[in-house]
Design a protein around this ligand. Structure first.
Ligand code: FE2
Length: 168
């Protein structure tokens, strides 16, 4: 390949012989893309509420959402890089994320209670979808993907508990 041809190469499916069938890896990369999309949309929403929260719960919600969006920012990278490691291409536009996510975006500014309810619901959606994906990874004997997804399920369940406790 000439020097300029190297610069023009783009990511495509790559071969991998790790003991997980190619079709299973493809299916898992689709589950991971959906998980990535949900995490991304929830990340954006969590950070926006971190900015716009007002009222007596300001400080606790502001602090808690910061921890959560920082964790999700790392998870987004981990999920996308797992898709690459499985041999496929990661989605990379907010349009794709929005289309693939089951979490509804918020363009207005809800009150504090509604913000927390939306974040609880978003984290529940993530936990449910990631658990399903972890089960698929388990069946395909892709232990690394199952491990990664299981870890994320636990984190979203913890987020539900912490956010929900604010409005109990
Ligand atoms: Fe901040």
């Amino acid at each position: 390949m000439s020097d300029s041809a190297v610069l023009k190469s783009t990511a495509t499916e790559s071969e991998l012989h790790n003991g997980v069938d190619r079709d299973d890896r493809q299916e898992l990369s689709q589950h991971l893309s959906a998980a990535l999309s949900d995490t991304y949309i929830l990340y954006v929403k969590t950070q926006a509420f971190h900015w716009n929260i007002v009222g007596p719960m300001f400080y606790s919600v502001h602090k808690l959402t910061e921890e959560q969006y920082e964790d999700m920012a790392k998870a987004i990278d981990t999920l996308a890089e797992r898709i690459r490691a499985l041999g496929f291409v990661a989605p990379g536009s907010s349009k794709q994320f929005s289309e693939m996510s089951s979490i509804e975006e918020e363009t207005g500014v809800p009150n504090a209670e509604d913000m927390i309810k939306q974040l609880v619901e978003g984290n529940e959606i993530c936990a449910r979808k990631l658990r399903k994906a972890a089960e698929v990874a388990d069946e395909a004997r892709d232990i690394r993907t199952a491990d990664l997804l299981t870890e994320r399920v636990g984190q979203h369940e913890e987020n539900v508990w912490m956010l929900g406790s604010l409005i109990k």
